[in-house]
Ligand binder design. Structure first.
Ligand code: SF4
Length: 707
């Protein structure tokens, strides 16, 4: 009798919620079911249910491709492709120096790949120029958490803790569409009337606060920082602070109070459009739920809407200041957290893909960190390069005098996901060599000189680290196409051809062991973990989880309960005043553009646009226009509309709705070509984090006549 197919326990290939899935191989295809886990409680969103479709995408890449003399991309063998890449990289390095080769990674790569890619860039290529698309995702929250709290972990507490809170302030996150199963954790706050959503748009998440479930504050785009300064004003001025907590666990509160004093509610209302009444109500909801007032708990949470700003670090810093003033951070049942977006946005930034960091969140200019990592890598610390260029600066330098001449891209679709995307395409086209590893011919792969077909989620082993710092096992459920290879194998082969020092494991479990040694003693310490231990503990383990001599360390679900990892053990109020968005609206560009995601698509859409159910439900780019603005421009629902900024234009189908403000239009950013919202967005960056200002720019709106 045939044995029933075995279900493989794994996790979704998309967002940072990393919902637990059960994968069953039936007649050669993978069937996906939700699996019970604390974060998703058995649920999956539409993207998760349909995720197996990408495994059998009709245009799945299964053979290396090389651009021939005719300019056409042609199939070739793995040996020929790798030999060509190695030869061209050597030529470019010999002519222009090692920093003329650059690497761009992704927040969707497994921990093992993120680690190995950082090592490959530094000691096989010898380049300082590596950064990744997490710079576009979490960098402002990371910078602010490090400055204020001493370490960055998106949620420094389990997601399930949110369920007990009576108040949650959610700034710039549309998790009802980006990670729907997470909405269940807002139920306690909604029942208590304490869900407070800050979003210029009445998103699906903002509507969760309707009907007595809370408040929706709908500020002018780009004014999140004044909203937070106004909330702080009310908390300080109306005696809502947790004075004992502030005195014992923080420093710098007086500076924060002084700045907030200048943001009285009437001024905030004039700048942001959020009424004094709403501002006071929000502050009092949060304070009433705080533990110092006997409440059940309160959280302040940020997302990309407030972080993807030229003052994103200052804005997240103000959100943390608010949580500190209320005595929320480092207490069970309360806190501050940033909702990570990409699948391994958390782990992807811990293991050395960032331009300024080595594994374990170690700073690359710290001599002790360099010595530790060099020892694990078996190299002289002197050969590890220093700090490289952050993502936007790196992309802008491609092909320029003194900039990189070659770029290797792993897990990123830059021509759709980067700001000012047409400019990015121009820079990619200026390179001598563009190599892209991908599973499908993404818009970036279509421009490459060499395309390498790699494995995807259900075809390989590895680990991911979720938005709450929980390390999860990704497991193989199906054999990959014959021509595809793991990036771990690709880097090993290239390292060998380049004569690189060190050992280049291709087994993910062995790479994890090396990663764990490299992380030992660092802020994100995985040294007490292995694939074997994670297999045995399917609920997975939160970092830090250091190695022990005896009983295994249980991991650390909640950070900061005793102290903060700062020099004095206290959290810091870090203060910065508002300077406004980089691009103001005016007579030439009177309307704000804000961007975001829809339920059916993930990031650049390279995967989800290939899934029939998702593409059918959300087939084309659209722009939301308020009825007043639509009337002014003669726009009817279904019209083709052009949205234009100083950088370029995008075209999309009009949806006329009062979900947006009359001064604002909204576009999702999942589509390529003329429908790409990122042709319009601003690539100016936050000076602290390097985060581009995706979320607000000044545009004109016009109906296009097709006749
Ligand atoms: Fe869960 Fe995110 Fe996957 Fe949806 S996309 S199933 S929310 S992990």
């Amino acid at each position: 009798m045939a044995r029933p197919p075995q279900a493989v326990a794994s996790h979704c290939p998309y967002c940072a919620l990393q919902c637990a899935q059960s994968l069953t191989l039936c007649s050669g295809t993978v069937e996906v079911a939700g699996r019970d886990f604390p974060t998703n409680r058995g649920g999956l969103c539409q993207k998760g249910w349909t995720s197996a479709a990408v495994l059998r995408a009709p245009d799945r890449l299964t053979t290396p491709l090389v651009r021939g003399r005719s300019g056409e991309i042609e199939p070739t063998s793995w040996d020929a492709a790798l030999d060509l890449i190695a030869m061209r990289l050597k030529e470019i390095r010999d002519t222009h120096g090692p920093d003329a080769v650059a690497v761009f990674g992704g927040g969707g790569l497994t921990n093992e790949k993120a680690y190995q890619l950082g090592k490959f860039a530094r000691i096989a290529l010898g380049t300082a120029n590596i950064d990744y698309n997490g710079r576009f995702c979490m960098s402002s929250a990371v910078a602010a958490m490090n400055r204020s709290l001493g370490v960055d972990r998106g949620l420094p507490f389990p997601l399930t803790d949110l369920g007990g809170a009576d108040a949650i302030l959610l700034l710039g996150s549309n998790l009802a569409e980006t990670m729907p199963p997470a909405v269940a954790h807002l139920a306690g706050a909604r029942a208590a009337g304490g869900l407070i959503v800050v979003d210029p748009r009445a998103s699906a998440t903002a509507r969760l606060a309707d009907d007595g479930a809370g408040l929706h504050l709908q500020p002018v785009p780009g004014t999140d920082l004044p909203v937070l300064l106004g909330l702080l004003h009310v908390v300080f001025a109306e005696g809502l602070t947790d004075a004992a907590y502030v005195a014992q666990r923080t420093t710098g509160a007086e500076d924060a109070r002084r700045l907030a004093a200048s943001w009285w509610p009437a001024r905030v209302e004039a700048v942001t459009g959020v009424s004094e009444v709403q501002l006071r109500a929000a502050a009092h909801h949060l304070a009433a739920a705080s533990p110092s007032r006997g409440g059940s708990g309160a959280y302040v949470l940020t997302g990309r809407g407030v972080e993807q700003s030229s003052q994103g670090t200052a804005t997240v810093g103000a959100a943390i200041n608010l949580a500190l003033a209320l005595g929320l951070v480092g207490r069970v049942g309360s806190g501050y957290g940033a909702i990570t977006g990409q699948g391994n946005g958390q782990g992807g930034r811990e293991h050395g893909q960032k331009s300024d960091q080595l594994p374990g969140y170690r700073m690359i200019d710290d001599p002790a960190a360099r010595a530790h990592v060099a020892d694990v890598w078996g190299v002289d610390p002197a050969i590890i390069p220093g700090k490289g260029r952050p993502a936007v600066e790196l992309l802008d330098s491609l092909g320029r005098e003194g900039g990189p001449r070659a770029l290797l891209v792993h897990g990123a679709n830059l021509r759709v996901s980067a700001p000012n995307a047409r400019h990015v395409t121009d820079r990619l086209d200026a390179l001598d060599l563009l190599v892209v590893c991908d599973v499908v011919p993404s818009e970036t792969a279509q421009r490459a000189d060499v395309v390498l077909p790699v494995l995807q989620w259900a075809e390989e082993e590895g680990t991911m680290t979720s938005l709450e710092g929980r390390i999860l096992r990704r497991r193989k459920a199906i054999e990959p196409p014959a021509g595809a290879r793991s990036e771990l194998w690709v880097w090993s082969e290239l390292a060998s051809r380049l004569g690189a020092p060190g050992v280049w494991e291709i087994d993910a479990a062995l790479v994890f062991d090396e990663l764990a040694r490299a992380s030992a003693g660092g802020r994100a310490d995985y040294s007490g973990l292995s694939h074997a231990r994670l297999d045995a503990e399917d609920a997975a383990v939160h970092w830090p989880c250091p190695a022990t001599d005896g009983v295994p360390h249980p991991g650390t679900p909640r950070l900061f309960l005793d102290d903060f990892p700062t020099p004095d053990g206290r959290a810091r109020f870090v203060v910065a005043d508002d300077v406004g968005p980089a691009e103001a609206t005016g007579p030439d560009a009177p309307t704000h553009l804000v961007t975001g995601r829809v339920l059916q698509h993930y990031q650049s859409g390279a995967q989800t646009r290939r899934v029939a159910e998702l593409a059918g439900a959300s087939p084309e780019p659209f722009v939301e226009v308020h009825p007043v603005l639509a009337d002014r421009h003669g726009i009817e629902p279904g019209d083709l509309v052009e949205v234009t900024s100083a950088r370029g234009s995008a075209r999309a189908i009009a949806r006329v709705t009062d979900a947006v403000r009359p001064d604002t239009v909204f576009m999702p950013f999942h589509w390529a070509g003329v429908g790409s919202a990122n042709r319009v967005t601003n690539d100016v960056t936050d000076p602290v984090s390097g985060m581009p200002e995706f979320k607000v720019c000044a545009v004109t709106v016009a109906r296009l006549d097709l006749a």
